[in-house]
Design a protein around this ligand. Structure first.
Ligand code: UD1
Length: 373
């Protein structure tokens, strides 16, 4: 029996951990899963909704760290996670993604000699001003097993000198959640509530500090949105960080004046899936949404200068457009003129990644990793 602590902290973690915990519960003779929620995200709309939408069991332990500076938040997770680890004595700890909770818990594990596996390892934007890039680099250096979503991630890890024995190419576990819930998301009434017709609207998400904390960059993006919204209404579920910065920058009126831009509260997993799967265009600075839109064949414009998920550009529907007003508008006009793209098959993004992760945990003493392509 393998006892595993599965760590969740922030919104993008829940859809990665849910299929893993579900598979562990299904394989109850082999696995005993526990869920530890650090509380990095705590609002109902950023956390609770995802537990019910994704059938994720309530956390066994809630650390309640909340928001703070990076140092304070990371330190609080470490201090509160350590006694849990000492008390529970798991065989493995599983951390996912690239948020502060991911690095904090991985660090506690290695200091106590508890084995830790990183799901979504090896992604690199090569932009060290991104807090997530630092979290990825450091977590991958210290984790015992690295589960990668795509061959480019294997190559990144090998180039950083990580031994091949620690790497397993398993695919994208977030896509397990996408496939599982796509059908159910069609019952969502969000599009009716917003009076939207399929393929006649765009969806926007924006929360990266580099975009929303900087008024000049945010202003350039708003100028682009004004023009695009004349072609298609844009629905914008607003992240709490962004809600605050709009007011801090004095942008409330400027945003309100963009007639076709509709600000709404953050959505749960099923409502958001229903919303973006019906859109003709998605504009985002999120990482996960680049992957989800690629799988569904929905054009995605990434409002960043780089991506840690290049396969969504080479094989998917993603375009890296940056934050220049004209470039964003031109790319949106071109994307809206294109005919619909078919859903895309990326190798191992097949809804079966969670089971491959469990198989690897069971057989981790067997030598060999997936060779980079
Ligand atoms: C975090 C992750 C980021 C991820 C994002 C998804 C890090 C470094 N960043 O960024 O990788 O893409 O989550 O959402 O871990 N807030 C609330 N309610 C909440 C959570 C946050 O109001 O439930 C507000 C607080 O004012 C907080 C701010 O949002 O200060 C930022 O939250 P934080 O967890 O620090 O970072 P995110 O921007 O959410």
């Amino acid at each position: 029996m393998i006892k595993v602590i599965n760590v969740v902290g922030a919104r993008p973690n829940f859809m990665k951990v849910a299929p893993i915990v579900e598979a562990m519960k299904r394989r109850e003779r082999e696995f005993t899963p526990l869920v530890v929620h650090t509380g990095q995200h705590y609002d109902a709309a950023m956390s609770d909704t995802f537990f019910s939408d994704l059938d994720l069991p309530q956390p066994d332990v809630y650390l309640g760290v909340g928001s703070a500076s990076h140092a304070a938040q990371t330190a609080a997770v470490m201090e509160r996670f350590e006694p849990v680890l000492i008390g529970e004595k798991p065989d493995w700890v599983l951390v996912v993604g690239d948020v502060n909770s991911t690095l904090a818990c991985a660090l506690v594990c290695v200091k106590l000699g508890v084995k830790v596996a990183h799901v979504e390892a090896g992604l690199r934007s090569r932009d060290r001003t991104m807090p997530e890039e630092i979290n990825r680099l450091l977590t991958d250096q210290i984790a015992d097993l690295l589960f990668t979503p795509s061959a480019d991630a294997n190559e990144n890890l090998l180039a950083e000198g990580i031994p091949v024995e620690r790497i397993r190419l398993v695919g994208n576990v977030m896509i397990d959640s996408l496939y599982k819930h796509l059908e159910r998301s069609r019952q969502s009434r969000i599009k009716d509530a917003l009076d939207l017709n399929d393929k006649r609207y765009a969806v926007l998400t924006l929360h990266r500090p580099s975009n929303v904390d900087n008024p000049l960059t945010f202003g350039r993006i708003l100028d682009a949105l004004k023009k695009i919204s004349e072609l298609r209404p844009i629905v914008f579920p607003v992240h709490p960080r962004t809600r605050k910065t709009i007011t801090q920058h004095g942008f409330d009126e400027r945003v309100a004046q963009i007639e076709g831009l509709r600000l709404i509260d953050p959505l749960g997993y099923l409502d958001f899936l229903s919303l973006y799967s019906g859109a003709s265009l998605v504009l985002t600075d999120s990482g996960g949404i680049q992957e989800e839109t690629s799988v569904l064949g929905i054009p995605c414009l990434t409002l960043r200068e780089n991506t840690e998920r290049p396969i969504t550009v080479t094989m998917g529907t993603n375009m890296i457009v940056g934050t220049d007003t004209e470039k964003i508008v031109n790319a949106a006009v071109a994307a809206l003129a294109e005919t619909a793209k078919p859903a895309i098959d990326i190798p191992l993004w097949d809804g079966k990644t969670a089971d491959r992760i469990l198989d690897a945990l069971e057989h981790n003493d067997e030598a060999g990793a997936s060779p980079p392509s």
